[in-house]
Each structure stands twice: as C-alpha cells, then as structure tokens.
Design a protein around this ligand. Structure first.
Ligand code: SF4
Ligand code: SF4
Length: 156
C-alpha cells in the first residue's frame, strides 16, 4: 500500500460514521423512555397490600421486611436497596398487585441507611423533574435499515 493510501484510508473508514446521527444520550438533559417491563424502583400501593408477606418470603436477597405504618393496621414491605437486585420476584409473587416497578433509577445515596425505603417512601415515587430539574426531553431509540437514531417522545 502506498504511503498516500495509508494516510487516506483511516479517514475513508471514519467518514460514513461522522455523517450518521449521534448514538450518545445526553443524560441528564435527555433521558431514554425505558421498556414497559423495565425493572426500576418499586412503587407500593398501601391500600392494595394485604400484609401476606409473600414478597418478603420470596425475595432471594432478603431485602424485604414487613414493618408497621403509622395510622394503618398490619405490616407493609420495607425494601433495602443496598441489597435488592431488582429481580422483580416480589412483584410477581404479590397476589394483589400492590408492588409494581417503575422506570425510576435515580435513587443512589451517600449513606447505606438512605437506601432503606419505608412503606410510606415506597408509596411515593417523585416526579422525575424533582430529581433531574435539568431534564429537557424524553427520547427513544428508533432502528432504521442503516442506523439507530433517537426520536423525541416528549419535551419537558
Ligand atoms: S426486586 Fe428481587 S431482590 Fe429486590 S426486593 Fe424484590 S424480590 Fe427482593
Ligand atoms: S406487597 Fe403484596 S406480597 Fe407483599 S405483603 Fe403486601 S400484598 Fe403481600
């Protein structure tokens, strides 16, 4: 291969990719819309829970304990996200659909104790804009014959 070809070839290889749309999600300005079955932070419906304890019994990580809730009878699940693997078994086992999973992944914490979510805390999932005030749009990936690009689903 001539010296000229050696110099030009890398640019020819890269050129088509430069023309394509970006594959990078500009998080936290943009956030992907996850699939419906995505397993993020739980939501607990306190009114549906019948205190059966099946969620705690099936949890492979022993992340759930049932605790009392002020002003209510019975005990409700409390989840330790320091050990929870987000496997979703507790959701599958719940006979009342009281436990569901959201697409909420923004719940890291500086202290392990802050990862223990009481039933009351599990019942409330904050608006994403409270956690990511800089979020401007939700986007989703779209596959074409030639490439993957992102489409804006919602401007916030
Ligand atoms: S998602 Fe899995 S690991 Fe987490 S609390 Fe439920 S059963 Fe346990
Ligand atoms: S959340 Fe569901 S499985 Fe867990 S105690 Fe309540 S009703 Fe039972």
């Amino acid at each position: 291969m001539s010296l000229l070809k050696k110099l030009v070839k890398p640019f020819l290889v890269v050129a088509p990719y430069v023309a394509r749309s970006s594959q990078t999600v500009k998080y936290p300005d943009e956030r992907l819309v996850f699939s419906e079955r995505f397993r993020g932070r739980h939501r607990l419906d306190l009114d549906k829970c019948i205190h059966c304890g099946l969620c705690a019994r099936i949890c492979p990580c022993a992340s759930i304990v049932l605790v009392p809730v002020e002003g209510r009878e019975g005990k409700y699940p409390q989840i330790d996200y320091g050990t929870c693997s987000l496997c979703g078994l507790c959701v599958d086992a719940c006979p009342r659909g009281a436990l569901t999973m959201t697409d909420f992944v923004e719940f890291s914490a500086y202290k392990r104790s802050d990862l223990v979510y009481s039933p009351e805390r599990l019942a409330e999932v904050p608006d994403i804009k409270e956690v990511l005030p800089m979020l401007k749009r939700r986007i989703k990936p779209v596959l074409t014959d030639k490439e993957m690009k992102y489409e804006v689903v919602e401007e916030l």
